[in-house]
Design a protein around this ligand. Structure first.
Ligand code: TRP
Ligand code: ZN
Length: 463
């Protein structure tokens, strides 16, 4: 759900509203971005998506995708026009409430002018028919996301903005929605996505996979993996379905990694609280399919077989990031600090270094392994290029550890589990977090931690 107020009327749009409309509503255009401090064009103003229905066909030979995206949304202002984010692809037509809409494109903005203006609070459906070869997007830091062709098919990864390469969206973490993703592929290919597989339907030499994500998901966590995967289904002790896909070349080690998921899930539930989703799993692709792992909802993606810490990290993100989602990309450390701290905790609980030892090692010589670790404070990354740098991960985890040092283990785990419960399936920012910690430990003073560790420049003075 978007928390952003629409931008102020410009003089031009104020003049436009003088035209009367069939619906009797005289709307103004929604904004073309949500003014995210790091990705100002990401997302759009004036509406809130509740559901995405993607109906896609993929041709591996031609690297071609065609289909229809139907978004159900609620207007949050009277709207004469609104934007969707879509980068590349050819748009064939756009309908709003079944009526043809005018549309035009500029960069990643697909601007839609419905036949009738939409009233504040109105629920509407927008349908976009489109096709093309989805783009691979190169981020400011040089990493690739969006649509990645692989040896055996393709892999869609969306952090921070890549999902707009394969479907039109309100592409910002503040607007979460449920999803139906239906993908038709030539028979013999597997198609793996988020949520649960409702059915696979063969027809005319093709197979349609229907995936449903009922719990809210941010667009950056949507994935689609098409390829020659070996599928492994099982359940955890508590009955949670595990759906994992492994490329044939990782089959042996991949199977071993997947066999650890139930144990990690049990451990994570003990530490972080009830698992927020209806299934789990993993997508283990070839080592060169991507340069990084990603915590795509329900089933994280790994380029090659992950080690246990990486598996723990991406599964921990299901609580931190996927269920409790940042309000803006500035709050990234809430994702990565917690997911990194989960690795420290795992080691502590499994005969490795204690979190205190890991903290001390980072404090004393963190810059040996993480050269940039003191280059900016976790809650204020320098720019869009730095949101996945070590201060966000390692120093973010150090902030969590400072809280634990201050409150002791009992209150610490109450805070962690209370936090995931309070914001389950929602959005939260750094202020929400610091206020929550202070509320849970009213006798402690956290000011120095916030000032030095979270917001302060340079290496904090004392550990
Ligand atoms: N979130 C991923 C992880 O820690 C890493 C990552 C991949 C990332 N792409 C990114 C972080 C883009 C920030 C921006 O597992
Ligand atoms: Zn992470």
């Amino acid at each position: 759900m978007s928390r952003f107020a629409p931008v102020a009327l410009t003089v031009a749009s104020a003049l436009l509203v003088l035209t009367a409309c069939d619906s009797g509503v005289q709307g103004t255009p929604g904004s073309s971005g949500l003014r995210d401090p790091y990705f100002p064009k990401a997302g759009n103003g004036g509406y809130d998506v509740t559901h995405y229905d993607l109906d896609l066909a993929y041709e591996p030979e031609e690297e071609h995708v065609s289909g229809t995206a139907t978004l159900t949304a609620r207007a949050t202002q009277d709207l004469s026009a609104f934007d969707l984010d879509l980068k590349g692809m050819d748009v064939k037509d756009v309908k709003v409430e079944g009526k043809s809409a005018r549309w035009n494109r500029a960069g990643q903005e697909l601007t839609v002018r419905p036949h009738d203006d939409l009233a504040d609070g109105e629920t509407f459906r927008v349908t976009v028919r489109y096709s093309g070869t989805p783009a691979t997007i190169t981020d400011a830091d040089g990493s690739k996301e969006g649509w990645l062709p692989t040896e055996a098919g393709a892999l869609a990864l969306g952090e921070p903005v890549g999902s707009m390469a394969w479907f039109p969206a309100n592409n910002h973490p503040s607007d979460k929605a449920s999803y139906d993703i239906e993908v038709s592929v030539p028979e013999g290919f597997e198609a793996v996505s988020n949520g649960e597989l409702l059915n696979r339907t063969p027809r005319d030499g093709r197979m349609t996979f229907h995936w449903r994500t009922s719990e809210p998901m941010a667009s950056y966590l949507a994935t689609l993996a098409v390829g020659d995967y070996v599928i492994q289904r099982s359940t955890t002790d508590s009955g949670l379905p595990v759906y994992a896909a492994v490329t044939p070349d990782q089959d042996g080690p991949g199977r071993k990694a997947i066999a650890r998921i139930p144990e990690i899930m049990d451990w994570a539930e003990d530490n972080f609280g009830p698992y927020p989703f209806s299934s789990t799993g993993a997508i283990i692709d070839r080592a060169n399919a991507a340069k990084y792992a990603l915590e795509t909802q329900n089933r994280p993606v790994f380029p090659g077989t992950p080690d246990t810490e990486t598996l723990v990290h991406e599964l921990a993100h299901q609580w931190f990031g996927n269920s409790v989602t940042p309000k803006t990309w500035q709050d990234m450390w809430l994702n990565e600090g917690f997911a990194t701290y989960a690795e420290w905790l795992w080691d502590e609980d499994h005969g490795g270094d204690s979190a205190q030892e890991t903290f001390d090692a980072r404090y004393d010589h963190g810059e040996d392994d993480y050269e940039d670790i003191w280059s900016f404070p976790p809650a204020k990354p320098t720019d869009a290029e730095s949101i996945s740098n070590h201060p966000v991960y390692e120093r973010g985890a150090m902030v969590i550890h400072k809280i634990r040092q201050t409150v002791g283990d009992d209150t610490f785990y109450d805070i962690v589990q209370g936090w995931t419960k309070a914001h389950r399936h929602g959005n939260a920012d750094t202020d929400d977090f610091t206020a929550y910690v202070e509320k849970m430990a009213p006798d402690e003073d956290f000011d120095a931690i916030w000032e030095d560790w979270l917001y302060g420049d340079g290496k904090p003075d004392e550990a």
